[in-house]
Design a protein around this ligand. Structure first.
Ligand code: SF4
Length: 70
């Protein structure tokens, strides 16, 4: 099981992750950031795990944290 969270303090609002994996990353138009709630831990569906890993790797702010609970 994988969970993912975004550090809103670090997020630059590039929207890259939201465009790449919209089922997991939601862009908050009001705040201008992804994952405006820094405490939010989102459970990732097994089929989306690889995309989320790639999004984390490609995040220009290194703001995407993955926890693998296996
Ligand atoms: S890719 Fe990184 S910097 Fe860009 S919106 Fe997502 S979390 Fe924020």
């Amino acid at each position: 099981m994988m969970t993912v969270s975004v550090d809103a303090e670090l997020c630059l609002g590039s929207e890259q992750c939201a465009r790449a994996v919209p089922a997991v990353f939601t862009f908050d138009d009001v705040v201008g950031l992804v994952g405006a709630d820094p405490t939010a831990q989102v459970l990732v569906a097994p089929t989306a795990e690889e995309s989320v890993r790639r999004a984390s790797f490609n995040c220009p702010a290194a703001a995407i944290y993955i926890e693998d609970h296996r």
